[in-house]
Design a protein around this ligand. Sequence first.
Ligand code: PMT
Length: 415
Amino acid sequence: MGQYHDMQHNLTQKHILLGVTGGIAAYKSVELVRRLRESGAEVRVVMTAAAQEFITPLTLQAVSGQRVYTTLLDSENEFAMGHIELARWAEFILIAPATADFLAKLAYGHANDLLSTICLATTAQIIVAPAMNQQMWNARSTQENYQRLQSWGVRFFGPGHGLQACGEQGLGRMLEPLELVSCLQTLFQRGTLEGHSVLITAGPTREALDPIRFISNRSSGRMGYAVAEAAQLLGAQVTLISGPVCLTVPLNVDTISVSTAQEMRDAVISHIHQTAIFIACAAVADYRPVHPVDHKLKKQTEFLEIILERTPDILSEVAQLSNPPFTVGFAAETHDLAHYARDKLLRKNLDLIAANQVGLPGTGFESAENALKVIWKTGEIDLPRCAKPLLAKQLLNLIVEHYFQSSKFNRLQPS
Ligand code: PMT
């Protein structure tokens, strides 16, 4: 983990005011403060009275290394860092967890405690990480407050979906601290890839046996589409070459649909010379039938022999170009993940490889979530299991860090 944090210092010296309100998820603010500080941020904590029922100011003082602010009318504070000073100091105000009650306060401009007053007095970007029971999140009043705040430019990180402290299942969970930090990092990195072109492959390929049958795999395209969206959010000019999937084309991403490995290879090669970063997330068939037939195969014999031949290895071909882009591969493995992935990294001469364990339920192919082990020549980092869009943002953060440090960046700088 250490190496990851050495690289992930893009919150360095950012002033983040963390507002903690009274929900059970308040206990996660201890880890959140630690993660923010590890990312280089300077953190000041403001707690509401209800938050102090769940966690003590002393705990957050210990992890933040700073005095924790709890009351609006505090004569000692007003000399040092009163509410106006805190409102000015903050570059970002992150309210995590944010209760339904606090959202209502924000939406109607209340200023009856320190945190709500600071929110009124600040010009900083306010970010909210809601945490509440799913009925409360879906309640009409909360939804209207949510819409209202969004229309004013308040940003929402989450809520996430899953099992809640009350035992119910649904939308309303606060995002995990690591996810919140990653969302913040993406905000700071907005525009970092402006002027840089990113080419991504996604989804499966289909290799025909006859006009109606093919060899394919379980790739849904979700991971590759999430990577395309994450790159687009960073301002990149994104081209997505997609095998057959049932997903909506991401906004502001040029999407080219292909079917076979050969078509995917041809589309990649025709775009590669304008590409700064190539990310191969597609599950390309390794073999195809040598003799696909032009009529429906009949079941005439007890056994059917099909001879397969290798498809072009798109990733290797790109990495072996005389002037290759920054090249990122994926590795899907059922066992010895790190071993096989590192072997692919070196054998194919890649800059980075994102390895995922496949064949397990709930992660890898088809699922909404995934986990990655990202490996480069001198290090590696585990990105723990989470929703593919969030994982894709974390992966893009890593790619950006390595890309800007690489000699390829200097060579490929946009004119
Ligand atoms: O699409 P989802 O359902 O969201 O699932 C995501 C995923 C599991 C498909 C994705 O995370 C993933 O692992 N993609 C790569 C799958 C794969 O084919 O891995 P591989 O280890 O067989 O291939 C290694 C690398 O070579 C990959 O980058 C692949 O795109 C590339 N390759 C492979 C064969 C080939 N002929 N050409 C290639 O470019």
